[in-house]
Design a protein around this ligand. Structure first.
Ligand SMILES: *Cc1c(COP(=O)(O)O)cnc(C)c1O
Length: 428
């Protein structure tokens, strides 16, 4: 796969180098030079999940990976079910939360880990700053992987105890550092480390953040799975697909799948009060802004980093408005949507509820709707209880963690101190 920058098309990369963290020198993002459009989509959709994924990835990455490598990668990274659950007539939830940390970020993080494990020379240190879910998915994906260390920076006391346990109880090659500061401080610390060329070279520092093209590519695969399952149910028409969005990586992956031939009537870009993109699509200027906290906190992004990819591929605002539908949902609307879904017999996390609410407002009569269920409701028990009066049942993966010791260490908000800690961790 030949990649070029969203800004200067002369900036080029291989997929492997981009996955390992190489950034375009012009500050842009990597995008494929071209997408092959599959003319045998019906046959592809008729294949089982794993076989279809190997076939598609081989067509896209065959110049850099052998088919057997891709088969092993798919077998280890994309090994959990992605069911399409009926919620009400003509409306389905694509459940992306059956991986080890119960959120869709497992898909991209596990695939990225598999890619890096197959291309790595020398030890690597994956450094990630998290406000919650990303840290868990990344830490799990690299946990006990020979040749890798994962370091998770998180704001002390500002992630929920359950979120903290998902990355801070792992131990082994996963190190959780509780930073005295905010999530922004954690990101600034990570940035300072990546900007230090000596440190980066010494530790093989690698970022696993959501602009990584490997994460997006893996996510594109489950959109095709939704289409395959709809066909299995005898629903051939293209669905409207609602995507709960923060950094817009997930929507970007959906548009990639569409470029490959995914049958889709429209995507609905669904946000919470952080509505930079809906405000732009409404006709305003594109104005990134500081994020505001909401109940769907994994979507609290005011300057979505993947938007540049989407904007570039569409061409201009008019083209985007013609292909997308969009809506935003307040916290009050989120709670109402969660209660309404519960009334339909479907327990949803707040992010999932935002997608459903936007879908319901943008779906036209006769259309089939799919909304992405991005996290398990039990990850957000307080919000579920507030919306529905019920405490979600604890899935075994979370239950086992309730009594596990937290192994994180306190970390001062000081780049020099953090660099010394990283060096010492990597000597062990
Ligand atoms: C990260 C996340 C989102 C937003 O996905 P983007 O790719 O950043 O748009 C939505 N829901 C959940 C549960 C998430 O963790």
């Amino acid at each position: 796969m030949r990649l070029l920058s969203t800004r200067d098309p002369r900036a080029r990369s291989t997929f492997r180098a981009a996955a390992a963290g190489a950034q375009p020198p012009d500050g842009g993002l990597w995008v494929p030079e071209a997408w092959p459009r599959f003319d045998d989509l019906d046959a592809l959709l008729a294949l089982p999940w794993a076989e279809r994924n190997v076939e598609i990835l081989h067509r896209l990455l065959g110049d850099e990976f052998a088919r057997e490598e891709l088969a092993a990668l798919v077998g280890e990274a994309l090994d959990f079910p992605i069911p399409l659950a009926p919620v009400e007539p003509g409306v389905f939830a694509l459940e992306l939360f059956h991986g080890p940390t119960l959120a869709f970020k497992d898909v991209g993080a596990r695939f990225l880990a598999g890619v890096l494990a197959r291309g790595s020379t020398g030890p690597r240190t994956i450094l990630t700053a998290t406000s919650g879910d990303t840290g868990a998915a990344v830490a799990h994906a690299f946990w006990k992987r020979p040749g890798f260390r994962a370091v998770v920076l998180y704001p002390a006391g500002r992630v929920s105890p359950r979120q903290e346990r998902q990355f801070a109880c792992l131990g082994d090659n996963v190190h959780a550092l509780a930073v005295e500061g905010s999530f922004d401080d954690c990101q600034a610390l990570a940035k300072a480390c990546f900007a230090d060329a000596d440190l980066s070279a010494e530790l093989g520092l690698t970022s696993a953040n959501s602009i990584n093209i490997a994460r997006l590519l893996a996510q594109g695969l489950y959109y095709l799975e939704a289409a395959a399952q709809l066909r299995g149910l005898g629903i051939p028409g293209p669905p409207v697909v609602a995507v709960p969005s923060g950094n817009f990586g997930n929507l970007c992956a959906g548009l990639m799948a569409e470029a490959l031939g995914l049958p889709v009537a429209a995507f609905v870009a669904a946000t919470n009060a952080n509505d930079t993109v809906p405000a732009f699509l409404d006709g305003g200027p594109y104005r990134p802004r500081p994020s505001v906290p909401t109940l769907s906190n994994a979507m609290d992004v005011g300057a979505p980093s993947n938007w540049e990819r989407i904007a570039r591929s569409a061409g201009d605002a008019a083209a985007l408005r013609a292909t997308l539908r969009w809506d935003r949902c307040s916290d009050a609307g989120t709670l109402e949507a969660m209660a309404a879904l519960q009334g339909l017999g479907y327990e949803a996390c707040p992010h999932t509820a935002v997608a459903w609410a936007a879908l319901k407002r943008r779906l036209q009569p006769g259309e089939t709707g799919v909304f992405l269920a991005t996290a398990h409701p039990a990850k957000f028990p307080e919000v579920v209880e507030r919306a529905t009066g019920r405490v979600p049942a604890l899935p075994p993966a979370l239950g086992a963690l309730e009594s596990a010791p937290v192994l994180s260490r306190p970390q001062s908000n000081d780049p020099a101190a953090l660099k010394a800690v990283l060096r010492s961790l990597c000597r062990d």
